[in-house]
Design a protein. Structure first.
Length: 327
């Protein structure tokens, strides 16, 4: 049995779907609250559900059955103002799961983030040495929480400390795809703007507030969630591979490219208006991200990434345009 924390969330529920599709027994640790997040799992035969506060106790009771922990659970809002919540949910929970998997001898995969790279001035090389990680300066508390755990893992490994038999941190870049609908303002540009594009209305993008970068030419490494899941599945089948790896497409594409692909997918002509970026975001905004995938390739992962235009078409036609949008 595989435990997926955050298994009702965006990336987590896509991992759960893929594991269930291939016949694995899957337990989900998550909070559901009163929103529609439960829909992310309603098509899949989840074996068990675990409240986050009971996670370690549950693992101890089922230690003979659990073959891996895939830790996707976290507060993922880059605008989260309550740092105490981030410490409890993003750092402390990760430490507890790492320590359990170390003592129990269970493989441990966890979600990090490309937000740890900060403004990108240090590049996007997933060198997870203590020295390299110490140079990064995250721009918000969410990114800091992810970076702090990466640094803890790096320190343990470099100093020969105890680790799970397999461990991997995944620095996800800008992920889009089905089952992100509960994320509100943290949904991808595609999900937020699909209704406007489908009706031929104007989509608003931020103006550039940096010399030499045109409006709409702020660039991200947009990665389809299916590709992220494929990396997780590959790692679960390669127990000798450990490390911190970038997970992206390996290409930096502009937001204008992205919304143009969205309009094309719905058969509409692009209609874009550029608006001022809020002042509170300007000093925390990444203008360029791109995943260097050399380490993942060197580890043996050979699958091609989904091109942006193909991913957007698939997302729109198979999910967003359907009455049932869920994976």
């Amino acid at each position: 049995m595989i435990l997926v924390t955050g298994g009702a969330g965006f990336i987590g529920s896509n991992v759960v779907a893929a594991l269930c599709d291939r016949g694995d027994a899957v337990a989900v640790c998550d909070r559901f609250g009163r929103d529609d997040k439960w829909n992310n799992l309603r098509k899949h035969a989840v074996f068990d559900f675990v409240a986050p506060r009971d996670c370690i106790d549950w693992l101890q009771r089922h230690h003979r059955d659990v073959t891996a922990v895939v830790h996707m659970g976290a507060i993922t809002a880059t605008t989260e103002p309550n740092v105490d919540r981030l410490v409890v949910n993003n750092i402390r929970c990760s430490i507890d799961l790492w320590e359990y998997c170390t003592h129990a001898g269970v493989p441990f995969l966890y979600a990090s983030s490309a937000a740890t790279y900060g403004d990108g001035s240090q590049g996007f090389d997933d060198d997870w040495s203590e020295t390299a990680l110490s140079r990064l300066r995250p721009l918000n508390a969410y990114a800091w929480s992810k970076h702090l755990f990466d640094r803890r893992v790096s320190r343990i490994v470099e100093h020969g400390g105890p680790t799970p038999p397999q461990w991997a941190g995944l620095k996800f870049f800008n992920v889009y795809g089905p089952n992100e609908y509960h994320k509100g303002d943290m949904r991808s540009v595609v999900a937020r703007n699909y209704p406007r594009a489908a009706e031929g209305r104007v989509i608003r993008l931020f103006k550039s507030h940096r010399d030499g970068i045109a409006d709409g030419d702020q660039r991200r490494d947009f990665v389809y969630v299916r590709d992220c899941v494929n990396v997780v599945l590959w790692l679960l089948g390669e127990p000798s591979v450990s490390g911190i790896f970038n997970v992206g497409s390996g290409q930096a594409r502009s937001f204008l490219d992205l919304v143009t692909a969205l309009y094309t997918a719905v058969g509409r002509e692009p209609a874009v208006k550029f608006v001022d970026m809020p002042l509170e975001l300007r000093d925390k905004y990444q203008y360029h991200t791109v995943a260097k995938l050399d380490r993942l390739r060197k580890a043996g992962y050979a699958a091609d990434s989904t091109p942006l235009e193909d991913g957007v078409v698939d997302y729109v036609q198979r999910f967003l345009a359907q009455a049932d949008r869920y994976r």
